[in-house]
Design a binder for this molecule. Structure first.
Ligand code: AMP
Length: 400
């Protein structure tokens, strides 16, 4: 069902609780990377222009249900004020409430002026947030009259601020970032332009099996790289040396390969590898077609890059999640960077998700040439696996 949009709400003069994803890295008392804050500015600025009273809530890090100043959102409030002043060319009131729910939060919310912002303290200082506790959800809901969820990256978690709160606060609508994510990912899953090429990498096959199984029904080609490729190669009886290999997942890999063999899906595995005896920066390495005993495959080789790039060039829809090698450790980033460049050069609708692949396209300097860089790694994977995201399911359906 289509969900209510922020545009469908009459927000003027009303208190709107917005779940955002301000889970940003902090450094020396400031925000080290404000990408996530900037991603949600269209929603916040729209509400301010419409003269809403904006109450923002987010998690930051993993404080495990305890108050911990290291994970306070206070520096984020300062940073947000600076961004809003710059964008809107006027001084915007951005208050910070040192508690998440409670008397002080209620008082500050009640005193909010139209066109101003209040940021609540880290949701995860309260164990009730992740427990989706209904008492906590009720207190959060009591702060506002309307609810907007713009935290796509947290929509796969049924927490108080993403799910519980909607039992007490309706209507619940999607913000602009949430809508954008659902539009791009939804189109890739349900109505992709063909050929539809999926590139999957990363360490573990276990996390990606539901995605592979779901996308196998929609995609024309799946290109496998990263650590998970070696479980597939082992399932084909090929030597993998000391490479990452999930022996307990061999049967799953065999099943996927058998399905690909009988269907129309083309599933490609690396045909050459960059191997080394040890994983360390600038370790002696070589390119091989067959992985020798005692060696670890740490990246895809140049023939694999060429093979994959050919598929990427012919694609009209591309979804990429997970690096092709141990891209954090030079020189094993080369395969991932080359794939990033191939995706950027293609004229397909390209969607990249997952922290590592996003970092790779940024490192390759091609982020601006990707159609949609998803802000939610886990959420985008669950969406592509065909699962309903609890935070999306909880939003009010659109009737007309
Ligand atoms: P994931 O979180 O599953 O997307 O996995 C990302 C991690 O996979 C990164 O930290 C990579 O270093 C790692 N990775 C990618 N390729 C390999 C490989 N060939 N061997 C070991 N780890 C790898």
């Amino acid at each position: 069902m289509k969900k209510l949009s922020i545009r469908d709400l009459a927000v003027a003069g009303r208190r709107v609780l917005v779940r955002v994803d301000f889970n940003v890295p902090l450094h020396a008392g400031g925000v080290a990377d404000d990408t996530r804050i900037r991603e949600t500015l269209p929603t916040i600025e729209y509400l301010l222009k419409e003269k809403a009273k904006v109450i923002l809530c987010s998690h930051l890090g993993r404080p495990k249900g305890k108050r911990n100043p290291e994970f306070s959102l206070r520096p984020v409030a300062e940073h947000l004020r600076m961004l809003l002043d710059r964008d809107l060319g006027a001084e915007v009131q951005v208050g910070f409430c040192p508690e998440t729910v409670g008397l002080q939060a209620e008082e500050m919310a009640a005193r909010l002026e139209p066109g101003s912002v209040l940021l609540l303290e880290n949701l995860r200082f309260q164990p009730e947030e992740e427990a989706n506790d209904s008492g906590f959800s009720r207190r959060l809901a009591a702060l506002a009259e309307l609810y907007v969820n713009d935290a796509f990256g947290s929509a796969h978690r049924a927490h108080a601020s993403t799910v519980g709160v909607t039992q007490f606060l309706q209507p619940a609508a999607a913000g602009f970032l949430m809508e954008k994510e659902l539009r791009y990912l939804g189109q890739a899953l349900h109505d992709p332009a063909h050929p539809f090429v999926v590139i999957l990498g990363g360490a573990k096959i276990a996390d990606k099996i539901p995605v592979i199984e779901s996308l196998a029904r929609h995609a024309d080609t799946i290109l496998i790289g990263g650590g998970m490729a070696y479980t597939f190669l082992a399932a084909q009886g090929k030597p993998v040396g000391d490479s990452l290999c999930e022996r307990d997942k061999l049967d799953v890999a065999k099943r996927v390969l058998a399905r690909a063999a009988e269907g129309k899906l083309r599933l490609l595995l690396p045909v050459d590898h960059v191997v080394a005896a040890r994983l360390e920066p600038h370790a002696p390495h070589q390119v091989v077609a067959e992985i020798p005993a005692g060696q670890k495959a740490l990246d895809i080789g140049p023939r694999t890059v060429a093979l994959y790039a050919e598929q990427i060039a012919a694609a009209r829809t591309i979804v990429w999640n997970g690096p092709m090698g141990v891209f954090e450790t030079p020189p094993f980033e080369r395969g991932t960077v080359a794939i990033a460049q191939a995706v950027a050069a293609s004229s397909a609708t390209s969607i990249v998700g997952g922290g590592d692949s996003v970092a790779a396209i940024e490192a390759a300097g091609v982020a601006s040439r990707i159609t949609h860089v998803s802000t939610g790694g886990g959420a985008s994977l669950e969406f592509l696996a065909g699962q309903e995201l609890p935070g999306v399911a909880a939003l009010t359906g659109k009737t007309a």
